[in-house]
Design a protein around this ligand. Structure first.
Ligand SMILES: Cc1cc2nc3c(=O)[nH]c(=O)nc-3n(C[C@H](O)[C@H](O)[C@H](O)COP(=O)(O)O)c2cc1C
Length: 343
């Protein structure tokens, strides 16, 4: 049993990844812990009060858990480039009678300070960061509060930077992962490597415990991740159709729909590279989408919400890792049981 996990009382080296936008419900996080692993709430896009409510809901179930935050690392966009992209996408919004907020880019920090204050005033067992690297002072404050701090990285260089910031452990995310890449350099993401190779590179670069993530969907994948030197495997996509998942109905259905013929990394939806099922929106806008996060996220968000409400999978950001066909409609405990088959 790895010391990292045993510190929190987890028996199984399988973790439920944080998934912002709905999937990571308190029920999913608690189910991961009850199945012997651990789960992470996703603070991203949530108002601090809503996050506090989710934390209370998991605490009430009496299980250990983590909270994941987007650390600010914006990719600013010029007003000109923003307006040009808005003008290209607006005709899709017209079908829903929507006026996209296309005049000025919004460059917010997802309520970073308030969320951090919440986690410092009422500490949780684990906090993980993605997108950006918090300063050493933030890491120290959380650790002093008794929290184990994790940083998601996508390359050996990023791992060295995270180690310098003083984090306890790394989530090493391969490019096969569903959803946003955690890269610290979203305008120039590092080359993609298979997860076991990436884990080996990161181990050589930084002497920190590693949790592997990205494309893990079978018992073989979990075993290979552990063999490569990770202390645990973290899964996201394979849980999106779980009974406890809060992913939207259209998203869940698309994951196993043969009409979708694979995943691609695109910045068309949010201005930051993310892996999604290839759909019409990707086909139409990927080639012309500029880098620009969070501005493009805010630009397309009303359209994606309307499309989700209408079940229009042509226009939804259908985040999915390469293992999406293995996502099953079953309790998290069953998925974890299946994934642990070769440990
Ligand atoms: C729908 C969805 C939302 C995600 N949201 C977050 C997030 O809020 N924070 C984060 O660190 N990673 C997020 N990720 C990435 C996961 O944490 C994890 O790295 C990824 O799911 C692992 O690859 P897999 O999907 O192939 O299992 C998200 C992934 C998905 C599929």
């Amino acid at each position: 049993m790895s010391s990292l996990l045993s510190r929190l009382g987890a028996d199984l080296p399988i973790l439920a990844a944080p998934m912002a936008g709905g999937p990571s419900t308190p029920a999913l996080v608690a189910a991961a812990a009850r199945a012997g692993g651990l789960g992470f709430l996703a603070a991203g896009y949530q108002a601090p009060r809503a996050l506090a409510g989710q934390i209370d809901a998991v605490r009430a179930r009496g299980v250990p858990f983590g909270v994941n935050l987007f650390a600010p690392n914006p990719v600013p966009i010029s007003t000109r480039a923003y307006r040009a992209y808005a003008a290209v996408v607006q005709p899709e919004a017209d079908r829903y009678g929507l006026e996209l907020p296309g005049a000025h880019p919004v460059e917010d920090d997802d309520a970073w300070t308030d969320k951090l204050d919440l986690l410092l005033s009422s500490p949780v067992p684990w906090v993980s960061f993605t997108f950006g690297l918090p300063g050493r002072a933030v890491v120290t404050a959380l650790r002093d509060a008794g929290t184990t701090v994790l940083q998601t990285v996508t390359s050996a260089g990023e791992a060295r930077r995270a180690a310098d910031a003083g984090v306890d452990a790394l989530v090493v995310q391969a490019a096969a992962a569903g959803g946003h890449s955690a890269t610290l350099t979203p305008a120039e993401p590092p080359p993609s490597l298979p997860l076991p190779e990436l884990i080996a590179e990161v181990r050589r670069a930084a002497g920190l415990p590693i949790i592997g993530a990205g494309g893990i969907a079978t018992a073989d994948d979990v075993a290979a991740t552990i063999r490569a030197g990770a202390e645990a495997a973290m899964v996201g996509t394979v849980l999106l159709r779980a009974v406890e998942s809060g992913a939207s109905g259209p998203h869940q259905a698309a994951l196993t729909d043969p009409a979708f013929d694979g995943t691609v990394v695109t910045r068309a939806f949010t201005g930051r590279p993310a892996r999604a099922l290839r759909n019409d929106f990707v086909d139409r806008f990927d080639a012309v989408a500029p880098a620009g996060y969070p501005a493009l996220h805010h630009l397309t968000s009303p359209l994606r919400k309307a499309a989700t409400a209408a079940g229009d999978t042509r226009l939804i950001h259908l985040w999915a890792g390469t293992g999406h066909r293995h996502a099953r409609a079953e309790p998290v405990a069953e998925t974890f049981g299946r994934l642990s088959g070769h440990l």
